[in-house]
Design a protein around this ligand. Structure first.
Ligand code: ASN
Ligand code: ZN
Length: 322
C-alpha cells in the first residue's frame, strides 16, 4: 500500500514567398525537419539495473511481450505528436534516441524518467498493473525529458508542480492525438487502466476535475487541489509536485474546454511555446508561468483574441494571479 501511494505521488511555420524581398532563413538557422524515431526497448527482467537486456530496436519485430511492445508503440506515438504537431525532433529537438526499460524491479509500482531514459514497472498486481498499459503515462515520462531539454523546470515546489503538469498535459495530448479525440470527447485522465479491479478509482489523476480520480480504502482520496484556494503546502514529494500539479492541469483543461476542437491545436501550441521559447526560468512560479502562457497566446494569436481570453480566464478560475 505504501509503495502504491508513492506511485501516486509521482504516479510557426514561415512560408517564404518567391516574390519576397527578404532572403530565406540561412540553412544553419533553419530547424531540421523532424526525422523518424530511434527507439530501443530493454528488459530489466525484474532487476533494478539499467538499461537491461535489449529486446527491440527501431524497425525490429514485435517481441510478443506486452510491456515491451506497448513501450515501443507508445514512444512512437509520442514522438509523432511532437514531430507532426510541434515540429520537434524527439526529446532534445535533435533526434535523441528514445530508450525505455520495462519489467524494472519486482512488483514495482511506478514509472519514471531518470534523466536519460524511461523506466516502467510491472505494478504489484494488487493495486497497479503494468505501467506501459497507459499511453498517457508513457507520454508523461517522455515529456519529463522534453522539459529537461527545454525549460529545465526544477523538480520542487511550484516549478516542480509545473514540471509535473507539463508531463500530464503532453501525456494527455498524446492519448487524444492518437485517439483523434476532441477536447470535449477526451477523458482528461492520466493513467487510466493502471489500477486493478480491486481499486475504487478511474486513474492516477484527472485534469478536468483534480481531486476526483480515485477514492479507495488503500489509497485514500485523490489529494489534488483544483485551485489556489486548496494549494497544499508540504515538504513531502518535493513540495507536493504531484499534488499541486492539479492547479495548472485544470488551467490547461479550461483553455481547451473554452476553445473547443482539438486540445493539441491552439492550447497545445500555447503550452508548447511557453515550455520551449526560453522565456521561463527554471524556478518559475505558477504566476510566472501563467503570464508566460498569456504572452505566448498573444504572440501566436494576437492580443484580446479568443485564445488570449481563454488563457486569462482559465488562470482566473483556478485563482492563479496573473
Ligand atoms: N511516476 C513519477 C513521475 O514520473 C515518478 C517520479 O516521481 N519520479 O512523476
Ligand atoms: Zn512525472
Amino acid at each position: 500500500a505504501r509503495a502504491a501511494k508513492e506511485a501516486l505521488g509521482h504516479v510557426k511555420t514561415v512560408h517564404a514567398s518567391r516574390t519576397q524581398a527578404k532572403p530565406d532563413t540561412p540553412p544553419a538557422l533553419r530547424p531540421a525537419k523532424p526525422g523518424p524515431p530511434n527507439r530501443t526497448v530493454y528488459d530489466a527482467q525484474g532487476a533494478e539495473t539499467l538499461p537491461g537486456k535489449l529486446v527491440r530496436k527501431e524497425g525490429g519485430a514485435a517481441t510478443g511481450d506486452a510491456a515491451a511492445d506497448e513501450a515501443y508503440e507508445g514512444l512512437g506515438h509520442t514522438h509523432r505528436l511532437y514531430a507532426d504537431v510541434f515540429g520537434r525532433d524527439s526529446i532534445d529537438g535533435q533526434g535523441l534516441p528514445l530508450d525505455a526499460t520495462v519489467h524494472f524491479g519486482r512488483l514495482y509500482d511506478n514509472a519514471f524518467w531518470d534523466g536519460k531514459q524511461m523506466v516502467f514497472g510491472d505494478g504489484d498486481g494488487a493495486v497497479f498493473g503494468r505501467f506501459t498499459a497507459s499511453l498517457s503515462v508513457i507520454g508523461h515520462e517522455l515529456a519529463h525529458g522534453v522539459t529537461q531539454f527545454s525549460a529545465g523546470l526544477a523538480y520542487r515546489n511550484q516549478a516542480g508542480a509545473l514540471n509535473e503538469s507539463m508531463s500530464d498535459v503532453f501525456g494527455a495530448l498524446v492519448e487524444q492525438y492518437v485517439g483523434n479525440q476532441s477536447a470535449a470527447q477526451a477523458s482528461w485522465l492520466i493513467g487510466e487502466g493502471l489500477f486493478t479491479p480491486e481499486v475504487q478509482g478511474q486513474a492516477l489523476r484527472s485534469m478536468k476535475a483534480p481531486g476526483t480520480a480515485y477514492d479507495d480504502d488503500v489509497l485514500g482520496k485523490d489529494p489534488q487541489p483544483d485551485s489556489m484556494d486548496s494549494y497544499v503546502r508540504t515538504s513531502a514529494d518535493n513540495g507536493g509536485v504531484h499534488i499541486n500539479s492539479g492547479i495548472p492541469n485544470r488551467a490547461f483543461y479550461l483553455v481547451a474546454e473554452a476553445l473547443g476542437g482539438n486540445a493539441w491545436d491552439a492550447p497545445g501550441r500555447i503550452w508548447y511555446e511557453t515550455l520551449t521559447n526560453g522565456s521561463l526560468s527554471t524556478t518559475a512560479t505558477f504566476t510566472v508561468f501563467a503570464r508566460a502562457t498569456a504572452a505566448a497566446a498573444v504572440e501566436l494569436f494576437g492580443t484580446d483574441t479568443k485564445e488570449h481570453d481563454a488563457v486569462r480566464r482559465a488562470w482566473e478560475t483556478v485563482k492563479v494571479k496573473l
